[in-house]
Design a protein around this ligand. Structure first.
Ligand SMILES: [Zn+2]
Length: 130
């Protein structure tokens, strides 16, 4: 790894520390929904979307780090902004998962972590035994 990339990564680490503390406080105030099934489906979809958005951000961050390595000038806040967005999305995912685990009629798939109905014998996502 060359010195330019190393310096950039050091700067990112400092920002990452600060933002992770702030993101930890993000609370999900979503109320109880009429049916847990509809709610769980909605939450699983939200988690899926958030993960997809994170993948896009990871790709962009990776490309920028590589461009810095190639000698391009990239403003730190361009990368920091994306890292902040990932932090926010990860905090949201964590609180959504918490919300799911609070639903009594659901069990967590031991293979993939998806929330499934207690009545199901197999996971609707990966097919694993529940
Ligand atoms: Zn599964």
């Amino acid at each position: 790894m060359d010195a330019t990339v190393q310096t950039l990564l050091d700067k990112i680490r400092v920002v990452a520390d600060k933002t992770s503390k702030a993101a930890g406080r993000a609370a999900d105030a979503a109320g109880k929904k009429a049916t847990e099934l509809a709610s769980a489906t909605r939450i699983n979809l939200q988690i899926f979307d958030l993960n997809t958005e994170c993948e896009v951000l990871y790709k962009e961050i990776g490309r920028m780090v590589y461009e810095v390595h190639q000698g391009a000038e990239i403003a730190n806040d361009e990368i920091d902004g994306r890292i902040g967005q990932v932090d926010e999305k990860q905090a949201k995912i964590a609180s959504l998962r918490e919300e799911l685990s609070g639903m009594k009629s659901f069990v967590t798939c031991p293979s993939c972590g998806r929330q499934c109905s207690k009545d199901d014998s197999f996971c609707s996502s990966c097919g694993g035994a529940l």
